[in-house]
Design a protein around this ligand. Structure first.
Ligand SMILES: [Zn+2]
Length: 134
């Protein structure tokens, strides 16, 4: 027996895939919906597995701080250096900022926060998603 607890978040971000020949190689934006799925086997006395508010406060705060309204670039992307020098708040990542890699990064962070995360599903658009689980 298990319960799945799912919390959704929305962020807006810009990115590009370095070296990609095509539209994803241009700097462009997305409004992404992120679903964080946790699994618990036991409920507390209040009938709750994990308080939605706890996920919202911890994961939501981090997502807002780290990713929301940011430009996400792979660290060797030449656009990153130039924009940083101009004072832009660019988030340079050690990997391509694809939906797959962002799902994995969020999964690791949520796990590090102590939540029993099973899967993170990253909807780059309403019809395109990538998910990650260990
Ligand atoms: Zn994109």
């Amino acid at each position: 027996m298990q319960f799945k607890i799912k919390k959704s978040f929305t962020i807006s971000y810009a990115h590009r895939l370095k070296g990609y020949r095509g539209r994803c190689g241009r700097i462009h934006g997305h409004t992404a919906n992120i679903e964080v799925v946790c699994v618990v086997r036991h409920l507390g006395e209040n009938g709750i597995g994990i308080d939605f508010n706890e996920i919202k406060e911890k994961v939501g705060s981090w997502l807002n701080e780290a990713l929301d309204h940011r430009l996400l670039l792979e660290k060797t992307d030449p656009a990153g250096k130039g924009l940083k020098e101009m004072g832009e708040d660019v988030f340079l990542l050690p990997f391509q900022p694809s939906a797959e890699n962002l799902a994995r990064m969020i999964y690791k962070k949520v796990k590090e926060m102590g939540f029993p995360v099973e899967e993170v599903i990253f909807f780059e658009s309403p019809t395109s998603a990538a998910s990650y689980k260990d």
